[in-house]
Design a protein. Structure first.
Length: 59
């Protein structure tokens, strides 16, 4: 999904857009499972913090 794709690339502003529109921060799918795991894998600490602040869970 768009949130996971933006998280994969570490684009903070792009991650914020779907979150502000009500995207499910814990939506599952894709190779990494969810946006938090995707951002973590990519080493995007600021995105990880943003997702966690919005209630993202590890699994």
């Amino acid at each position: 999904n768009a949130l996971q794709a933006a998280s994969y690339r570490g684009h903070e502003a792009v991650v914020k857009l779907p979150l502000d529109k009500g995207a499910d921060v814990n939506a599952q799918g894709g190779h990494y499972g969810n946006a938090l795991r995707t951002a973590s894998w990519g080493g995007h600490e600021a995105v990880v913090k943003m997702l966690k602040a919005r209630g993202a869970k590890r699994s």
